[in-house]
Design a protein. Structure first.
Length: 226
């Protein structure tokens, strides 16, 4: 079986906007809820979906009066301000990698909210490259559960085993493995040293994500112990 689809994560894989998102949430909560999050809350946001983030904030700050959707919306509004001040960082080789695999079916599977994903994709100028876009609102259980990757494969009509997942976080890698996909992890956006050893293959940047590499992974997959 050859690979027929490539499923990209967003934050930490294509862009580095998680720190901007954490700053945006901090500003939104401080201004409207009089809640001041700490560094551990900011760190927790790395590689996690809004499902998990909201549960943590609600548990740690009982004064929170927002629903999850309200927190997402307030953070997204503040993120426009943060992006205007700081810009958005595209990780090395990201846009070229998306274009390189135009012959495959492409999907985006992210723990970010839909409005956040749309902000990033608009900044990148590549929203139309993805046939399927799954965000935090689209899954009942977030990464490391495989729901997002399984749903993306199903919507594409392709078996998970014929999909390559491109990730940066430990939770995302676990999700791709649990879905039954081949998982490639990229070090470039792993600024917080998350364990990437669960991936089938590690890259320094997306410049190394080539057609030849996918052919090699197909051959490796056929060997015992894959």
């Amino acid at each position: 079986m050859t690979f027929r689809a490539i499923l990209f994560d967003l934050d930490g894989t294509l862009v580095d906007s998680e720190r901007e998102s954490a700053e945006a949430m901090a500003r939104a909560l401080d201004r409207a809820q009089d809640i001041r999050i700490d560094d551990s809350d900011r760190e927790f946001m790395i590689g996690r979906s809004w499902v998990a983030i909201y549960e943590r904030v609600r548990a740690r700050y009982p004064a929170l009066a927002w629903t999850r959707d309200e927190l997402i919306a307030a953070t997204a509004a503040a993120r426009e301000e943060v992006f205007a001040e700081q810009g958005i960082t595209t990780l090395p080789g990201a846009l070229a990698a998306i274009d390189r695999f135009a012959h495959l079916r492409r999907a985006l599977v992210t723990g970010s909210s839909r409005v956040e994903a749309n902000q990033c994709l608009a900044a990148l100028g590549c929203a139309e490259a993805f046939e399927v876009i799954l965000t935090a609102e689209d899954v009942a259980t977030s990464k490391p559960a495989p729901d997002g990757y399984l749903d993306a494969a199903q919507q594409l009509g392709i078996a998970p085993a014929a999909c390559v997942v491109i990730e940066d976080s430990e939770a995302g890698i676990a999700a791709g493995r649990a879905a039954g996909a081949c998982v490639v992890a990229v070090r470039a956006g792993n600024f917080h040293g998350q364990d990437q050893s669960g991936a089938h293959h590690l890259l320094d940047t997306l410049d190394e994500l080539t057609l030849a590499l996918l052919d090699s992974l197909c051959q490796e997959r056929a060997r015992p112990g894959w």
